[in-house]
Ligand binder design. Structure first.
Ligand code: B4P
Length: 186
């Protein structure tokens, strides 16, 4: 049985930043569906060609494609000790797809990253100056926030009903936020 921890939060909340550090600390796989999709785009795969314009507009890639990509990834050897899911699930159908594999990959905890919108916009625009990410634009950010509220935020209720939510104040010093997650990780 390989437990999954989910990092949930709006774009720019620091999920990726913390997931890399925590995965290394606990010897878990770090699975970022955003990173995987960007890799498909740069390798110009069929999935990458579909995903490119969707991501640039700030929309979500279709559930079927992302779910299939994730399930294949979970089959890798490095997921045997468990994994951190960074950016998945983002919709109810995605969350339900994890229920289908819960005997092998149960979700044990969901960390919700809380940051106010003004701070998020600043972070993403700052990152956009150096990352070269074509979705870090004001236009795309607006759509990404709307989609977060509409499609992803309801997952907090979904996992609250299973008593799996732990809220993290994700504003402030990166090392302090990291320590707070470590203290409540298991
Ligand atoms: P992601 O790659 O997941 O992008 P994101 O939501 O913007 O989060 P990200 O990980 O980049 O931000 P982070 O909080 O780490 O997704 C990109 C796109 O891919 C989506 O819009 C969607 O189109 C598609 N996609 C991905 N998953 C999908 C799915 N499951 N279903 C459908 N489509 C999917 O970091 C933000 C910045 O803040 C960084 O620059 C960091 O340095 C900085 N930062 C972090 N912590 C900080 C702190 N404490 N103080 C100040 N700055 C901080």
């Amino acid at each position: 049985m390989s437990e999954l921890k989910i990092f949930l939060g709006p774009p720019g909340a620091g999920k990726g930043t913390q997931a890399i550090k925590i995965a290394s600390e606990f010897g878990l796989a770090h699975i970022s569906t955003g990173d995987m999709l960007r890799e498909h785009i740069s390798n110009k795969t069929d999935l990458g060609k579909i995903a490119k314009s969707v991501i640039d507009e700030g929309q979500l890639v279709s559930d079927d494609l992302v779910i299939e990509m994730l399930v294949v990834r979970l089959g890798s050897d490095d997921c045997k000790n468990g994994a951190i899911l960074d950016g998945f699930p983002r919709t109810l159908p995605q969350a339900k797809s994890l229920e289908d594999i819960k005997n092998e990959f149960p979700v044990s905890k969901v960390f919700v990253f809380e940051v106010d919108e003004e701070e998020l916009v600043q972070r993403i625009l700052l990152r956009g100056e150096t990352s070269g990410r074509s979705d870090d634009t004001e236009e795309s950010i607006k759509v990404r926030f709307e989609i977060y509220t509409q499609d992803t935020e309801p997952l907090i209720d979904f996992y609250n009903q299973q008593d799996k939510i732990f809220k993290i104040n994700a504003v402030g010093d990166i090392d302090e936020i990291y320590q707070n997650i470590v203290n409540h990780f298991n």
